[in-house]
Structures are given as structure tokens and as C-alpha cells.
Design a binder for this molecule. Structure first.
Ligand code: ADP
Length: 434
């Protein structure tokens, strides 16, 4: 079930990445194509616009054409002999008012037969247009600009044409090249999408796994006290004639398990809150010296009656911005552990000092210490070094995980290292100005 949903999630991610890549390639292709086309045709368009603005040249061409047309009855002045086009790939066409007749056909010579098929487009005057003409088996591509000219109370249209067959060919090869490279990179992007999807899935899978472990551990821890309570209550049912005093031991056991359950659910709830966005600290300015004294004093007695030695080095005399209750909880977790995981005769030291901009609080003990491998994991939820032994001392492996979360919310750091000659040191560092 979970595997299926993971696979589906992976597929969705892959598809999303691939679509994003495809979209990027399409946009990129279009932009490159557009830019190339613009730069290729830039000179041609400049030439077209330049000629269309050259009123004198256009009028001169028109006059020449009209004069030739007037002498059309075979008495042509040699001065007005039809000229060959100046450039093979540029041409001026002079159209009659209705746009049906090309007037400078003598001037065009043989080319007239090519342009004869052309229709004048009066709509987009003085704008560069793209057009093509089929001449026999070849296609003539060109760009043109048309200008309206009034001469002797008559209207004429002059169309300036530039052949773009070569540019068209270049553009076609660029187009093919662009398309091939885009298809190649598009195929590569499939691999990249898969890699990216896998990468993005990694933290999700890890958190899924952690969540699953957490739920399994929590249910396991909840089930044990529930089973004990259930068996104690069932035993009570089998002896209805007995007084409460007779069965007080069973009731006591059940109650102790209820207490453990309450503590466990409170811890679980706090952890769940720190995972969601519901966890808000009540930051206030706290005088460190008094705060440490207040928190530690009830423990001092407890530690000493448990036949351990206690030292307090309360040096930091400053104010810190912290959530008083939450940091108190951290200190109690550390003191509680120091008491639980040391033998009689051990020494527990609490020291509070200022280190640069940080408030540094240490809880040291002379217990059996924690191995480097366990040190890596003791801040994980439900992690306990000696599981069987810990059940006897009442731990669920949630204390340090809660402490780490609280310190993290204070932008601080919690670490553990060896105490010399033996034992462990838990250190929290919290910035004074939070
Ligand atoms: P627990 O409720 O089991 O004490 P914690 O999260 O507080 O859970 O601690 C995790 C584990 O780290 C403990 O089970 C214990 O094995 C180890 N540990 C914590 N504090 C100490 C300590 N001062 N000395 C030795 N081991 C410790």
C-alpha cells in the first residue's frame, strides 16, 4: 500500500519535472528561433525600409516607368530603354491604382513573367511583409514593402521586393539543427527528470520511514502498559470477594502503568506539536542565575538523598531570552537522566556560564558514559542504549528528543561528550538574544 503510494508520488514528480523541462525547451526553442530569424532578416528589413523612405528614388522610378509606358507604341527613346534590375535579388514593382496591373513590365524584362502571378496587397502599406511565389518548379521567397504614391492626381503603388531564398534556406537548416538539438536535450531531460524526482523523493522517503518507525514504536510503548492494566483488571474480576486492601498491589501496578501512559502521551503530544506549526515559545527575559537556582534546588535534595554528590557552578549572571518553562523542562530531563544513569556515589555537576554571545549550560555526571555510536543516536525518538534496563528505570527514549527539539526552537545546540575520567557531559548553548 505504502509502496504503491510512494511509486505514484515518484511518477507524479517525474511527470512534473518532465513537463517543466518540456515547457522550458519549447519556450527556449521559440525564443532562439525568433531571435535568429530577426537577426538574419535585420539587414533585409533595413534595406526595405530605407528604400520605402526614399521618396525621390521612388518618384524617379515612377516617372521613368510612366514615360516608357507613354512611348509604348514602339517609338522608344533610347534614353528610356528598359534597364535590367540593378541587383538580381531586389526589385521594384510599380502597380496601377487598382493594383491589378504591373506598369514597369518593360523594366522587369523576363522577370515580369515571374511577378505576373503576384497580387498587390494594399492592406499593410509601409510594413515589411513575407511572401512567396511559385515559379515553375522553384519557389521564390521574398520580403517586400509597399508604398502608395500620388503623382499627377493619380494613385500608384510601389512595391520594393527583396529575394530571401538564401536566407530562407539558412533559416531552414537552422530550424532543423535547432529541432534536432532540442529533441536530443529533451530526451536527456527525461533522465534528468528521473534523477531529480529520485533526489526529491529521498527526504520524503526518509521522513515516511521515520514516521512509520515512530508510529510503530509509539504503538508498541502504548500497548505494553495497556496490556498490564488489562491483565490486572481481569485478575480483579476473578476475585470479587476480596477487599480493596487485599488487591491493593494489583491496583497499584495498574495505577503505575496509567501514570506511565499519561507521561508517554504527554511526551508524544509535545513532540507532535514541535513537528507541526502549532509549537510556539513564550519567550521572556529571564535572569539566568535565579532561574538555574530555582530549577536545580528541588533536584539537589533528590540527588543527595539518592546518595550521589551534587555540585552547582552557577556563574552566568545575565539575562537570556528563553521560554522559561520549556528550558526548565530540558534541564529536568538532563538532571533526571544523570540521576537514572549513574550509580550511588557518582557526582552530578550543573554549570551555567557565558561563552561569547551564548549561554552555556552543562550537566555532567560520572556515570558509565555513552559510546560514540550511541551518542550519534540518543537524540532520536525512542532510542535507548539498553532497552531492557531502561524499562526498569522508566525511560521511553523520548526525553532527549524533546530536549533537542526545544533547544532547536531556541536556535541553540545540544551536544554530548565524554566527561573525564568517566561519565558524560550534556551541553546546551543558547544565544543570549533570541
Ligand atoms: P529515557 O527516557 O530512556 O531516559 P532519553 O531520551 O532521555 O530517554 O535518553 C535516551 C537514552 O540515552 C537513554 O535510554 C540512555 O540509554 C541514554 N542516556 C541519556 N542520558 C544518559 C546519561 N547521563 N548517561 C548515560 N546514558 C544516558
Amino acid at each position: 500500500m505504502e509502496n504503491n503510494s510512494q511509486k505514484q508520488q515518484m511518477r507524479i514528480l517525474l511527470l512534473r519535472n518532465f513537463l517543466a523541462f518540456t515547457l522550458i525547451f519549447i519556450v527556449l526553442g521559440l525564443v532562439i528561433f525568433q531571435l535568429l530569424q530577426q537577426s538574419l532578416y535585420r539587414n533585409t528589413d533595413h534595406e526595405l525600409i530605407r528604400v520605402s523612405h526614399d521618396q525621390r528614388l521612388l518618384e524617379q522610378e515612377l516617372i521613368t516607368t510612366l514615360q516608357i509606358e507613354n512611348r509604348n507604341n514602339d517609338e522608344r527613346d533610347p534614353a528610356f530603354r528598359p534597364r535590367q534590375p540593378e541587383l538580381f535579388n531586389t526589385q521594384l514593382l510599380i502597380w496601377s491604382k487598382n493594383g491589378k496591373k504591373i506598369l514597369n513590365k518593360d523594366h522587369l524584362g523576363n522577370r515580369y513573367y515571374e511577378f505576373k502571378e503576384l497580387n498587390l496587397n494594399k492592406k499593410r502599406l509601409e510594413q515589411v511583409k513575407n511572401d512567396h511565389l511559385k515559379v515553375a518548379t522553384t519557389t521564390l521567397y521574398f520580403r517586400s514593402i509597399t508604398k502608395k504614391i500620388r503623382y499627377q492626381n493619380q494613385t500608384y503603388y510601389i512595391e520594393y521586393i527583396v529575394n530571401t531564398n538564401q536566407l530562407h534556406e539558412t533559416m531552414r537548416s537552422v530550424q532543423v539543427l535547432l529541432l534536432l538539438s532540442l529533441v536530443f536535450f529533451w530526451a536527456l531531460s527525461l533522465g534528468a527528470s528521473y534523477w531529480l524526482a529520485k533526489r526529491s523523493m529521498a527526504p520524503i522517503l526518509l521522513s515516511w520511514q521515520k514516521q512509520q518507525e515512530f508510529v510503530e514504536n509509539a504503538s508498541h510503548e502504548l500497548r505494553t502498559p495497556l496490556t498490564i492494566i488489562q491483565s490486572q483488571l481481569e485478575l480483579l474480576f476473578t476475585t470479587p470477594q476480596k477487599t480493596i486492601l487485599d488487591v491493593s498491589e494489583k491496583i497499584g501496578t495498574a495505577l503505575a502503568e496509567v501514570k506511565r501512559l499519561t507521561r508517554l502521551t504527554t511526551d508524544l503530544l509535545l513532540l507532535a506539536k514541535t513537528d507541526s506549526h502549532d509549537f510556539v515559545l513564550k519567550i521572556e527575559k529571564v535572569a539566568v542565575k535565579d532561574f538555574v537556582n530555582e530549577t536545580v534546588s528541588p533536584y539537589q535534595e533528590l540527588i543527595e538523598t539518592s546518595k550521589r554528590n551534587f555540585h552547582l557552578e552557577n556563574q552566568a549572571a545575565c539575562f537570556v531570552n528563553i521560554d522559561r518553562e520549556k528550558i526548565k523542562q530540558v534541564l529536568i530531563i538532563l538532571l533526571d537522566n544523570a540521576l537514572k544513569y549513574t550509580e550511588e556515589g557518582a557526582t552530578i555537576t550543573v554549570s551555567s556560564s557565558l561563552q561569547g554571545y551564548d549561554w552555556c549550560l552543562q550537566v555532567q555526571d560520572t556515570g558509565k558514559g555513552i559510546s560514540p555510536e550511541d551518542r550519534e543516536r540518543i537524540f532520536e525518538r525512542f532510542y535507548r542504549v539498553e532497552k531492557s534496563r531502561n524499562r526498569k528505570v522508566g525511560g521511553y527514549g523520548l526525553g532527549l528528543a524533546i530536549a533537542a527539539q526545544i533547544v532547536k526552537f531556541h536556535h541553540g545546540k545540544i551536544t554530548v561528550f565524554d566527561n573525564f575520567p568517566q561519565g558524560s557531559v550534556f551541553e546546551i548553548r543558547i544565544p543570549k538574544e533570541n
